[in-house]
Design a protein around this ligand. Structure first.
Ligand SMILES: [Zn+2]
Length: 492
């Protein structure tokens, strides 16, 4: 994104993802969401003197899994460090994180942009760290709060932080990156990915690169917006930063390197503190934890367990004849892609299956606020419905009605056809009677057709469909009508 004053937008992201483990990173406290405040705590996560951390093995496995899925190198030797700072939600006075030797480095995510373009975003590192507690501010937001409460249930939950290079060029690209990242992670079962519960959060940094600037990107004044909790808010925060920094530059000012917060109420960013440098945190190796050594076989086993991920899945679906848009929609959702795979395994036609999944079934699922995985019409049931259409038992119109009933009742398509008599009428004799009746009742349409007005045929088909309450086979009706009309003496 190049602004009309020639400045280029440069964006990097740090995405914090809470890992879905049963217990915290360094203690046995449960990680469940929603417990009463300060009940899921122990001496370790409260930072009491003498309490020692013990690393949760599952966290290491999940972090390596995420790294492998993002094409990173998983380091067989990594290390934990203390990041020292004071804040009321951090009882130890430091956070245990990985600074110099993170568990994963140098991966990339290929982000689909508009018009089938792709932005390759380098992942600089993924490190493991612990979550802080939660501050609850009395008042609408941090700014102007009258008091704050501390809940340490979240203190010590396991996180990975995924750090990108500044490879994104617009708030829209940031949105697409985050959607793709969430979609890849959703195939891995590493996190609940519930944004509203804080299991994924983002720090976004943005600089404007003036035209003709030839220095290193790190030399630009970077503004970091901390702790944004939804993709929509990340985009809003970045858009607001583009405007703000642009205005500062236009007024002849200088953008300061600083940390800002996003205020959802106003949709703008507000200053929090001037940007600290790494030195301010006095990082040093965590003395209470040994160096983390991984056996290569553990990493290889995890690599072999990786599922097919959205980029490969999209390519496979396009190869099966889906449009790139259809493939993107299905691949973005593991529930949808598993559903489709099972419908196809039942022998359904790909085109038909996708059309119905993304059309009528998607509409019903949306209305009921459920995903494909919880659909009352399962993959085998949908395949059966499509089969009844392919056999000519149901027309498309009848099939829609049958699907609605299947969704509402959980009954099979065959049972509904049997109970309601909704099957399509293909019987030649029955339909011939209806066709003759329509021809006799609408001489004007017959005359129009014979005078060359092809649309009159559609009208006559419609009359037969109406008379049979939509159950006539349109193919048979069409054929019978054409035969009857052609047999009439040519019009003069
Ligand atoms: Zn604990």
């Amino acid at each position: 994104m190049i602004l009309d004053n020639g400045a280029e937008v440069i964006i990097g992201l740090e995405v914090h993802v809470e890992l879905a483990t049963r217990t915290k990173l360094f203690c046995a406290c449960p990680s469940a969401f929603g417990a009463p405040p300060n009940t899921a705590v122990c001496p370790v996560c409260l930072g009491l003197p003498g309490a020692l951390p013990q690393l949760n093995r599952e966290v290491v496995r999940l972090a390596a899994r995420a790294g492998l899925a993002l094409g990173c190198e998983v380091r067989l030797t990594s290390r934990f460090d203390r990041k020292n700072y004071f804040y009321p939600d951090l009882p130890k006075g430091y956070q245990i994180t990985q600074y110099e030797h993170p568990i994963c480095e140098w991966g990339a995510l290929e982000v689909p942009l508009a018009d089938d373009a792709v932005r390759r975003v380098a992942i600089r590192r993924i490190h493991i760290e612990e979550e802080a507690g939660k501050l609850i501010h009395e008042g609408d937001s941090l700014w102007g709060a009258t008091g704050s409460l501390v809940d340490l249930n979240r203190a010590g939950l396991p996180l990975i932080e995924i750090v990108t290079e500044p490879d994104l060029r617009s708030p829209e690209e940031a949105r697409r990156f985050l959607r793709e990242l969430v979609s890849v992670l959703s195939y891995l079962d590493v996190s609940d990915l519930r944004m509203e519960e804080g299991s994924i959060r983002c720090d976004a940094n943005l600089s404007l690169k003036p035209p003709g600037f030839s220095g290193a990107l790190e030399d630009l004044a970077r503004v970091e917006v901390k702790n944004v909790n939804s993709i929509r808010n990340v985009v809003a925060a970045l858009e607001s930063e583009v405007k703000r920094q642009r205005a500062v530059l236009d007024a002849g000012g200088r953008v300061e390197r600083e940390t800002r917060g996003f205020d959802e109420g106003t949709g703008t960013t507000l200053p929090q503190r001037s940007k600290e440098a790494a030195n301010d945190y006095r990082y040093f190796p965590e003395p209470d934890l040994p160096v983390l050594m991984l056996d290569p076989s553990v990493v290889e086993a995890e690599r072999e367990r990786l599922p097919v991920l959205p980029p490969a899945l999209r390519a496979e679906l396009v190869g099966r004849g889906l449009t790139s848009k259809e493939a993107a929609v299905i691949a973005s959702d593991p529930g949808a892609s598993r559903y489709l795979a099972r419908v196809l395994a039942e022998g359904a036609d790909t085109r038909l299956a996708v059309t119905w999944m993304l059309g009528d079934l998607a509409r019903l699922l949306n209305e009921a606020h459920v995903g494909y995985g919880a659909s009352p019409v399962g993959p085998a049931a949908l395949a059966e419905l499509l089969q009844l259409m392919a056999q000519g038992t149901l027309s498309g119109r009848l099939a829609k009605e049958v699907l609605d009933r299947m969704f509402a009742t959980g009954h099979s398509a065959a049972a509904i056809v049997e109970d309601t008599g909704m099957a399509q009428i293909s019987d030649q004799d029955v339909l011939a009677t209806e066709v003759d009746r329509a021809l006799a009742q609408h001489p004007a349409a017959v005359a129009d057709y014979r005078a060359g007005k092809a649309a009159a045929l559609g009208f006559l088909v419609g009359q037969v469909m109406k008379a049979t309450r939509g159950q006539a086979s349109p193919d048979v009706v069409n054929r019978l009508l054409r035969e009857r009309l052609a047999a009439l003496a040519p019009s003069s």
